[in-house]
Design a protein around this ligand. Structure first.
Ligand SMILES: *Cc1c(COP(=O)(O)O)cnc(C)c1O
Length: 563
């Protein structure tokens, strides 16, 4: 019996007025009618028109892409045959499993490469036989290739942190010689002397990526601000002496900063972080601290080594650097009373190469060369330029907790966040590394930084031009740049320019300003050229290039959400 498509309620299963119904501004060059799906499929003509418009639209937007830290210079068409295959790395990367169209061998090569680049102990010795294991095999790394970007790496890091600090049982068994056979969500024995000892408290700076805030919600982890209000604690910081220069009081609520203050360059302000951690450690809480390495908006790098050293010193006073967790069955293990996760979505991809150059020796260290670091994550679609979101999460075997079971169904432990995992992404990362030597990557990051200097020069020219032509202030463009960042910030451009260059925006309270200032930024990723920056600068010379700050923008969104 033929199917007539009559089961669909209207004539078509797709709304035929996208922008009217969903409230979007029509996309230039896209004739939405061509995209309406019908129950009979589309004719070859209509499909061709739709795909033609799609191609032109994406190509045009790609050619002017300046606003986000996504590199558009990827060349992966050598792998296109894998679009016609299902490659799935379901389960643990170190156990191949029964799903044989996987690319776990390539994934493991990629993981080893990054583990070595980030100074972790490699190879991963989880599944070595006893005779092959090194004495300190538990220090070796474990990790996996993400299906999402660093948002997933951040979830996994914070999830591990929560369970570790709540005292859940580790994967490594008590004797330290083998691995526990399966899921053990054994709870620690309550500590009568300290009711807070298994309540992790999150600390992250105000420049932290919104996924971290979302994750505290997903994982039901409380942060210092919430806990302070709930317990009516009095803040150890006084304003303005304990805050960084230029800090706006707007970010203080009920006497407490809502997030850990950062300086105007976007670096976490360590003196404030230390006081906050000290306050909560004294109350017995184990801290979960997220540092940033390549912040989303300002592109800057927290001084992780200095921060971790200071924090460990503080925690030693309260016995939280290392502590014994005791279980109901009387068994114990010794572990840290803190967790440090590094959100290095952007920076982990290129900083290790940059640091090989003498001029960049003072770029902060961020990786497993720092003993107190528990986990880190990197996105594959940012500096590397994968065609879709992907990334890497890395930790150490001794910090690993069995999240769930070891299902016979897939023949591989279900140690990852996702079930099915994108095996194509592992191939993309493998392809990239296999085509680029360290020298190539050093050259690439140097080019990005040179271009950043060029962008600043061009923007300064625009600023001087506008001062002369329109009588704007000499610093009218608000050009700002944090040291070694691949991004330059400026006053928010008008909607046409924002669309043309895919600019992102942020509203920041600065110093004594009562209203937040609206900024745009540009990211100098590998596909950006001098010509593109010249064109951008030309567009910024138009009198109306900058919308009035109080203009209602077509671009929606406010703050970082999930508060
Ligand atoms: C981009 C980014 C992330 C992850 O975002 P995805 O969209 O998942 O890639 C996390 N942290 C920082 C600092 C980022 O810039």
């Amino acid at each position: 019996m033929g199917y007539s498509g009559k089961n669909f309620p209207g004539s078509n299963p797709t709304f035929d007025k996208d922008y009217e119904v969903y409230g979007n501004v029509p996309v230039k060059g896209i004739d939405y009618d061509n995209f309406i799906l019908t129950s009979d499929g589309l004719s070859a003509d209509v499909r061709e028109q739709a795909l033609g418009q799609l191609r032109e639209y994406e190509a045009a937007q790609k050619s002017h892409f300046l606003g986000y830290q996504a590199n558009q210079s990827g060349k992966y068409d050598g792998l296109s045959e894998y679009l016609d295959m299902h490659v799935n790395n379901i389960g643990d990367p170190f156990v191949s499993g029964n799903f044989t169209t996987n690319s776990k061998f390539a994934e493991r090569a990629v993981l080893d490469y990054f583990a070595s680049l980030w100074h972790a102990k490699w190879p991963c010795e989880a599944h070595f036989s006893d005779g092959e294991k090194s004495k300190d095999w538990q220090d070796s790394y474990w990790g996996y290739a993400l299906s999402m970007g660093s948002s997933e790496g951040n979830i996994y890091g914070m999830w591990s942190a929560r369970d570790y600090l709540e005292g859940k049982k580790l994967t490594v068994d008590d004797s330290g010689t083998g691995r526990a056979p399966r899921l053990q969500s054994v709870k620690p024995r309550a500590n009568a002397a300290n009711v807070n000892s298994y309540t992790p408290i999150a600390f992250y700076s105000q420049d932290t990526h919104y996924s971290i805030i979302k994750n505290t919600r997903i994982l039901a982890v409380t942060n210092f601000h919430e806990e302070a209000l709930a317990k009516k604690y009095k803040c150890p910081l006084s304003y303005p002496s304990d805050y960084p220069d230029g800090y706006s009081e707007h970010y203080i609520e009920n006497g407490w900063p809502t997030e850990v203050p950062s300086d105007l360059d976007g670096n976490v302000y360590l003196p404030a972080l230390e006081k906050l951690v000290d306050f909560f450690a004294k109350e017995g809480y184990p801290p979960l601290i997220v540092f940033n390495y390549g912040t989303t908006f300002k592109g800057t790098y927290d001084d992780v080594a200095k921060g971790v050293a200071a924090i460990i010193d503080i925690l030693k006073k309260y016995g939280l650097d290392e502590r014994t967790v005791e279980y109901e069955d009387g068994k114990t293990d010794l572990r840290n009373g803190f967790w440090i996760h590094i959100d290095s979505a952007l920076g982990a991809a290129y900083a290790p190469y940059l640091k090989k150059l003498d001029e960049f020796k003072d770029l902060p260290v961020f990786d497993f060369s720092i003993d107190g670091v528990h986990s880190l994550t990197m996105s594959g679609h940012k500096w590397i330029g994968a065609p879709w979101p992907c990334g890497i999460f890395l930790t150490k075997l001794k910090y690993q907790l069995y999240p769930v079971d070891d299902p016979a169904y897939i023949g591989s432990p279900d140690t990852t966040f996702a079930g099915s995992r994108n095996g194509f992404s592992a191939l993309i990362l493998w392809d990239f590394i296999s085509k680029n030597s360290v020298e190539d990557l050093i050259a690439r990051i140097e080019k990005g930084l040179t271009l950043t200097d060029y962008a600043i020069t061009k923007l300064e020219e625009v600023q001087a031009f506008r001062a002369k032509a329109y009588g704007e202030p000499a610093d009218g463009l608000w050009i700002e740049h944090s040291k070694y960042a691949l991004t330059v910030r400026l006053r928010k451009a008008n909607d046409d320019i924002t669309f043309k260059y895919s600019l992102s925006g942020e509203e920041l309270y600065v110093k004594d300003k009562v209203k937040p200032l609206k900024y745009s930024h540009i990211y100098l990723m590998d596909h950006v050229t001098k010509e593109l920056l010249d064109e951008f600068a030309e567009d910024l010379k138009a009198e109306d290039a900058f919308a009035p700050q109080d203009a209602v923008s077509a671009v929606v969104g406010r703050g970082r959400g999930f508060r």
